[in-house]
Ligand binder design. Structure first.
Ligand SMILES: Cc1ncc(COP(=O)(O)O)c(C=O)c1O
Length: 450
């Protein structure tokens, strides 16, 4: 690699960053991250901070997981690539599909379709849902229902079911036939309802109403994140996902659980669906499937959808969808190693335990800093929503958010700003001491801006 000066000089110049304005990036070049070790990353100036972002919700095993590195190196030597399209399989893809269907058997998943990441996995699920209804002779079922504030990636299908205008507006028109219902957020909802159980009922009623308006026999699937991530870590009331499942069942609508963030232990359970006691019809996975060491995703398919495809005697059951890197042998080898480590270290249990520590620390920060309007989280996914004023809930401005994040970085903690939320999704190998360090860094950030 070229030297430090070259990198610093060209930072944000030949490269456009996702989810950022290119001019803003040039004016305020992003941090250049050079190294990672354990739960820490080191920047180009040699400053080491604790990574409270976990890469991007994905580096669950931290940066020093030798078994994944070794599995990647071994697979690169044996077979760096082969196609997973009709006619050929690679060994690692067979093994990882087996592991995934074993792991998510309690959710009823029996098949895996590999992709290159989360957006691909969502796209795959949406397409398979439409195809399922064609196989079943109900070709009118083409529409999708989703939650406002939901995030489902950036392909046109995923962006269409996305519930945040920031990710849609510049790319409209989106896919027709997609409808959104209110997010079950106790902090901000159109009903001004703060009681979780009542809010769940209200959102479920809104879902029923939309289904009645559209006609149940026109709806292919409902998609939701079990805990909404990018929308600001919105933890639905305990009863919501179950209620949504019941509604889907009553109207014959497929349920897709977008587990791209919540899969593999982040919430303290192996999946968000398991957390809420729900069996979806499909699950989308990515991110921690390789702990971020290789781009890979998977759409897991439940029994009902599998049976329809596999029993189909027409051409409708043939899957006209896939990616060059579906079942990439190196990615799948990384996945096998990552999942084995994730299970061996019982990262679900650690996420639940450290999540409790983190929730306690964040509650103390809320008590101390008026800038914090709300604190939310489940396991090791959490958000602090910053407000200019607690009564009006007016969101904190961009400058304040940057000030908090910069001061926290100076104090040794990498945070992610999303709108007026500070998002936390640290590696799941976190210790109690790491939690303390994160809280101290945020405290320093809030003090600097408050
Ligand atoms: C819930 C959810 N679905 C889908 C995606 C898209 O994944 P990717 O960025 O790997 O395409 C994300 C990314 O953050 C996500 O959080």
């Amino acid at each position: 690699m070229r030297d430090r000066n070259f990198l610093a000089e060209n930072n944000a110049k030949p490269i456009w960053h996702p989810m950022a304005h290119p001019a803003e990036m040039r004016a305020q070049p992003p941090r250049i991250v050079m190294k990672g070790e354990g739960v820490h990353v080191t920047d180009i100036d040699g400053k080491t901070v604790i990574d409270a972002v976990g890469g991007l919700w994905n580096v669950n095993l931290g940066y020093s997981c030798d078994p994944i590195k070794q599995a990647i190196a071994d697979q690169l030597s044996a077979l760096p690539y082969y196609s997973g399209f009709r006619g050929t399989s690679s060994g690692p893809s067979i093994e990882l599909a087996y592991e995934l269907t074993e792991w998510f058997k309690p959710e009823g998943m029996v098949r895996a379709f590999f992709t290159s990441g989360g957006s691909d996995s969502v796209e795959t699920a949406l397409r398979l849902a439409r195809q399922y209804w064609k196989i079943k002779g109900q070709a009118d079922r083409t529409k999708f229902l989703a939650l406002k504030k939901g995030y489902h990636g950036t392909h046109f299908g995923g962006a269409s079911v996305n519930g945040n205008a920031n990710f849609r507006r510049n790319y409209e028109p989106m896919l027709p036939g997609v409808f959104h219902i209110p997010a079950p957020s106790t902090y901000r909802n159109p009903f001004n309802e703060t009681d979780p159980a009542k809010l769940a009922q209200l959102c479920a009623a809104a879902m029923e109403e939309e289904i009645a308006f559209q006609g149940a026999d026109t709806i292919a699937a409902f998609i939701m994140e079990p805990v909404l991530g990018a929308g600001g870590v919105i933890v639905p009331p305990d009863s919501f996902m179950k209620l949504a499942r019941e509604i889907c069942d009553r109207h014959g609508i497929l349920m897709i659980a977008d587990e791209v963030v919540t899969g593999f232990g982040r919430t303290g359970a192996w999946s968000g669906s398991r957390l809420w006691g729900v069996k979806p019809d499909m699950m989308t996975m990515a991110k921690a499937i390789t702990s971020g060491y290789f781009p890979l995703g998977a759409t897991l398919i439940g029994e009902q959808v599998t049976e329809a495809f596999e029993a189909d005697a027409t051409t409708f059951g043939s899957i006209g969808h896939g990616y060059t890197y579906s079942g990439h042998p190196v990615g799948c080898a990384a996945g096998i190693a990552a999942l084995a480590e994730t299970r061996r270290l019982k990262l679900d249990e650690n996420a639940a335990a450290r999540g409790k520590d983190l929730a306690q620390a964040l509650a103390a920060l809320k008590a101390k800093h008026p800038l914090v309007g709300d604190v939310r989280g489940k396991g090791l996914m959490a958000a602090l929503e910053l407000v200019a004023d607690r009564d009006s809930k007016k969101p904190a401005d961009k400058k304040t958010m940057a000030k908090v994040a910069d001061a926290a970085y100076e104090a040794g903690v990498m945070l992610r700003v999303s709108g007026n939320n500070l998002i936390l999704s640290p590696p799941l190998i976190l210790t109690s001491l790491d939690v303390k360090a994160i809280a101290e860094g945020i405290d320093a950030g809030l003090s600097a801006a408050g």
